[in-house]
Design a protein around this ligand. Structure first.
Ligand code: FE2
Length: 372
């Protein structure tokens, strides 16, 4: 294939010219305390800050980094700021899954031509370190994708942020593996279609209610991925069951669709989970009987089974290899956003073999909240 043809194919498959997930921004009630939690519980380092001291009159934000993962926690400083309404409705939650693109103007124009709804027209963010171009489109609920092109920007994060460093005790978190959205019953296909049309993503795997159901409730899921499998956005919807599904509980607590969980990829799940547990991060636990049949179900593992059992880590296997995963409880008081820690050893899957044990564990928690 000629270079020109190859370039054309790549353009077809990546119409917005997405390079990576640049950062994920949470809107929270108290960003100072949230940043403390991510530093001390998850081992993130503070890298940059904006607030009144840096000339940001109405918003304070803390940039937390670990490996290639950037989280931003932001809070409005006035009740009239639009972020205040986001927090009133949703509680703390993800507002922006920000994407770095080659050219924000072109990405925005392409996205709109492919049916996306505008959230912010392209504009410059500027400071003494240079210019970043920013636009944004809407996705499910009140969530947006900002589109950032950095144009050789040399500052610590984005214009308006000042460098402010507090090193965290790194827990081995590398990058975002996937980010899952919960949408209303009947809307999953619409949003899968959105990522296919606007982003050029393909359907990687689908799970129907037969894959993900317990005695009481069920959900369905479609995993949308870019061609390099580096950006994966699964979309969940609740399926009708005898009781309220975890997705329905989320939609009620979050007052609509939004990000359900962020999966963080690690190279050594045992050491990361051990550290996070000692730091006070609360994880879901499946019944101990899960481990009685694990060796039989999975076969040989590189990791010691006693450690996997002690830490409550789940294991799943497919034709390509296996994966280790574990899920936190929601990190807010509303049962909304939670985290997954995932280590891939060949497997590109999502832990289908763990769904049943896991969802039964989630339902126990739902019942304790009076929401099943
Ligand atoms: Fe996940």
């Amino acid at each position: 294939m000629s270079t020109a043809n190859r370039k054309r194919v790549r353009l077809m498959e990546n119409p917005l010219q997405i390079k990576r997930i640049h950062h994920v921004e949470f809107l929270v009630g108290n960003a100072r305390q949230a940043s403390y939690y991510y530093r001390n519980a998850f081992g993130f380092s503070l890298a940059a800050y904006r607030g009144q001291e840096t000339g940001s009159r109405d918003m304070a934000s803390y940039v937390l980094t670990q490996g290639k993962t950037n989280l931003v926690v932001s809070t409005p400083l006035t009740p009239s700021h639009p972020a205040a309404e986001h927090i009133r409705r949703h509680g703390d939650g993800v507002h922006d899954i920000a994407l770095e693109v080659a050219d924000a103007d072109r990405a925005f124009e392409q996205a709109l031509a492919r049916g996306a709804e505008a959230a912010e027209a392209p504009h410059d963010l500027k400071d003494e370190f240079g210019t970043v171009r920013r636009a944004a489109i809407r996705t499910y609920g009140d969530t947006i994708h900002s589109l950032l092109s950095r144009r050789g920007y040399r500052g610590p994060f984005l214009p308006g942020y000042a460098e402010q460093r507090i090193a965290g005790d790194d827990a081995g978190i590398l990058r975002i593996d996937h980010m899952v959205g919960n949408v209303e019953l009947g809307q999953m296909n619409r949003w899968a279609e959105f990522y296919s049309k606007v982003f050029g993503f393909h359907r990687f795997i689908s799970f129907d209610d037969k894959d993900i159901s317990t005695e009481y409730s069920a959900l369905m899921s479609i995993v949308m991925s870019d061609d390099s499998y580096s950006v994966k956005f699964p979309i969940n919807e609740p399926a009708p069951g005898r009781r309220k599904s975890q997705i329905a509980e989320y939609l009620e607590a979050y007052q609509g669709p939004g990000v359900q969980h962020i999966a963080l990829q690690v190279t050594d799940a045992i050491s990361t989970v051990d550290k996070l547990q000692r730091n006070g991060v609360e994880f879901l636990r499946v019944p101990d009987s899960y481990y009685d049949i694990l060796a039989e179900r999975i076969g040989e593992l590189d990791e010691p089974l006693e450690e996997i059992r002690r830490l409550g880590i789940l294991v799943d296997k497919d034709q390509d290899g296996y994966l280790l995963q574990v899920f936190t409880r929601p990190v807010e008081d509303r049962p909304t956003v939670f985290y997954e820690i995932i280590q891939r050893k060949g497997s590109r899957g999502f832990g289908k073999g763990n769904f049943k044990a896991l969802f039964e564990a989630i339902e126990l928690e739902q019942a304790r909240r009076g929401n099943l």
